[in-house]
Structure formats: C-alpha cells, structure tokens
Ligand binder design. Structure first.
Ligand code: C2E
Ligand code: MG
Ligand code: MG
Ligand code: MG
Length: 281
C-alpha cells in the first residue's frame, strides 16, 4: 500500500499468487546492490525525424545485468522500484550515466537530444528540478538537450506537485514528454494542465496503424491534438516502412522503433550514423 505522498508501507505479500516471481523485497535489496555495484547499464534508441530519416535524439533505456539471473528488462524491475524510494536512486543513476554519455557523443560530433524515462514519483520528489539542472552542469550539457519522459506508473502521485515541477523544469530549459500516450498513466486532463513539449503515441496504436481503422483514427487524432497544443508528436514502436510512411503522411514529427534501430550502445549508433552519412546519394 502506498500513501498519496509516497510513504511506503508494505503490508502483506502472497507468494501463492505467483510462486515463480521474485519477491519484491528481494528484488529491491538486489537492485540497491545493482546500483551500488554498477550492474546497470543504458542502451539508446534513436528518435528519427520522419520527414528525412535523420536521427535527432536518443532515448536512454536502462538494463540490468544480474549476476545470477542474467540480463533483465526494465519491465521486470521498474514497477518494483517504483514502489520504494529506490526509484529515485535509480533515476538519478540513469540521468547521471546518460548525461555522461551525452557529453561524450557531443564530443564525438553528434548533436542528439537525450530522453530519459522518469516516473511521476520522481517528479514529485523534493529538489528534483535543482538536481536535474546540477546533473546537466556536471557534464556540461545544455539543459535544452534533456527531455524527461513521464512513463507509466502504478503508484499514485500528487497532480499539483507534478504540474509545478513540470513548469519549473520548463523554465530551466528541460522539456517534459508524455510517454505511452493513450495507454499509460497520462490523460487528457494532464495534457491540459501541464506544459509538455512532446507526446509519444503508445505503440499499441502505431503497430496496427496500417490494418485497423480505429488505431488509424486514434493516431491521426493524437497527432492533431499534439500539434494544436504546440507539442512535438513522436510515434513509438514503428516496425515497418508502411507504418513509417503513413505516420509521415499524417504529419507525425518523430518515430522510434525496430524499423530503424533496436536499443543499443550509443557508440554503435554513432558508427552507423557516420556510415550512412558517408554513403553517396
Ligand atoms: P518506453 O519508455 O515506452 O520505451 C519503449 C519500449 O519499447 C522499450 O522497451 C523499447 O525497447 C521498446 N521498443 C522500441 N521500439 C520498439 C518496436 O519497434 N517494437 C516493440 N515491440 N518494442 C519496441 P524497454 O527498453 O524494455 O523498456 C520498457 C519500459 O521500461 C519503457 O517503456 C519505460 O517505461 C521503462 N523504462 C526503461 N528505462 C527506464 C528508466 O531508466 N527509468 C524508468 N523510470 N523507466 C524506464
Ligand atoms: Mg520512454
Ligand atoms: Mg513509451
Ligand atoms: Mg512503455
């Protein structure tokens, strides 16, 4: 059980429900070790300008190389981390690592923006804006390069505190994006209340865009809505040329997906970019 302001009280846990699943307590303890012992790492997925195919930014996606269980995906540990103060440590770690990488790719000549996933709980923690700005300074990265993606969350949060934080972030030059729009925690009331710079269309709509009229209607409407609000609209989960072309035809700004690139090491992305740029046209 979680209080509105995030004070965690663990009441009961019934292992009978999922005998194979890890206990959240074990996972939380191991995750704390993982952060301390550098078992986490970050992969990056390009954000592509649909009109030209050029990479304009990358999204940081955390992974956990567990000493016994092997590589774990964020869906396996983020929801558990979100139920404890660990999520703040984890986000701080990812932001730090990703900004360090961002400084390195800037040095190598790439001008990509950096998107980092944060949960609503992170954005309602005290000093979050100051700490984000300090992190950009630490690595000499312009705050305008940083975008925070508000991801799905299972934990309740205070809407007014969130709104205030987003306004303060925006004033500091840091943009906020609504992730998984249409499916996640974000809704139209939030879109009205908080000044977001980007909306990311959830991949369940993008995926069926070319074969399901209802998904097509949802996607076209979100693009229109986003543009009317002055937002950049990004489609996630683009897996085919057909979908990429349709999105471009609808005026969607950016795309992400396996069609272009799976998440990988940033150096790998940079090497590919250099190869593409070197190709004769
Ligand atoms: P997300 O932010 O919506 O990220 C997109 C997810 O879709 C990523 O999964 C990505 O690998 C995957 N994806 C990208 N392109 C495609 C595609 O074309 N097809 C399909 N089927 N999938 C695609 P991933 O890396 O497993 O991350 C899952 C979620 O975990 C993320 O969803 C985000 O909500 C959360 N997450 C990841 N890293 C972090 C983090 O550092 N902090 C927090 N709080 N959450 C994170
Ligand atoms: Mg995201
Ligand atoms: Mg998403
Ligand atoms: Mg997601």
């Amino acid at each position: 059980y979680e209080g509105k302001r995030g004070a965690t009280k663990i009441v009961t846990y019934a292992p009978a429900i999922a005998p194979a699943a890890l206990s959240p307590l074990v996972l939380q303890r191991e995750l704390a070790e993982a952060i301390a012992e550098d078992q986490l790492f970050v992969e990056y997925q390009p954000k592509v300008l649909l009109a030209t195919g050029r990479t304009v930014g990358v999204e940081a996606l955390v992974r956990w190389q567990h000493p016994q269980r092997g590589r774990m995906s964020p869906d396996e540990f983020i929801p558990v981390a979100e139920r404890s103060p660990l999520i703040d440590q984890l986000t701080a770690w990812v932001v730090d690592r990703a900004l360090r990488d961002c400084a390195a790719w800037q040095q190598a000549g790439a001008d990509w923006t950096l998107s980092v996933n944060v949960s609503a709980r992170n954005l309602t923690a005290p000093d979050v804006v100051q700490r984000a700005v300090e992190a950009t300074r630490r690595y000499g990265v312009d705050p305008e390069r940083l975008i925070l993606e508000l991801t799905e969350t299972m934990t309740p949060f205070d809407d007014e505190v969130l709104r205030r934080t987003v306004v303060d972030l925006q004033q500091a030059g840091i943009r906020v994006s609504l992730d998984d729009f249409g499916a996640g925690v974000t809704n139209l009331a939030q879109l009205r209340a908080i000044p977001v710079a980007e909306i990311k269309i959830d991949r369940q709509f993008v995926d069926r865009l070319d074969r399901e009229p209802a998904s097509e209607a949802v996607v076209a409407s979100i693009i229109d809505l986003g543009h009317r609000l002055g937002c950049t609209v990004t489609a996630e989960g683009v897996e085919s040329a057909e979908v990429a072309e349709r999105l471009a035809a609808y005026g969607c700004d950016l795309g992400q997906g396996y069609y272009w690139q799976r998440p990988t090491a940033w150096r790998e992305l940079l090497a590919q970019e250099v190869l593409t740029a070197a190709q004769p046209t």
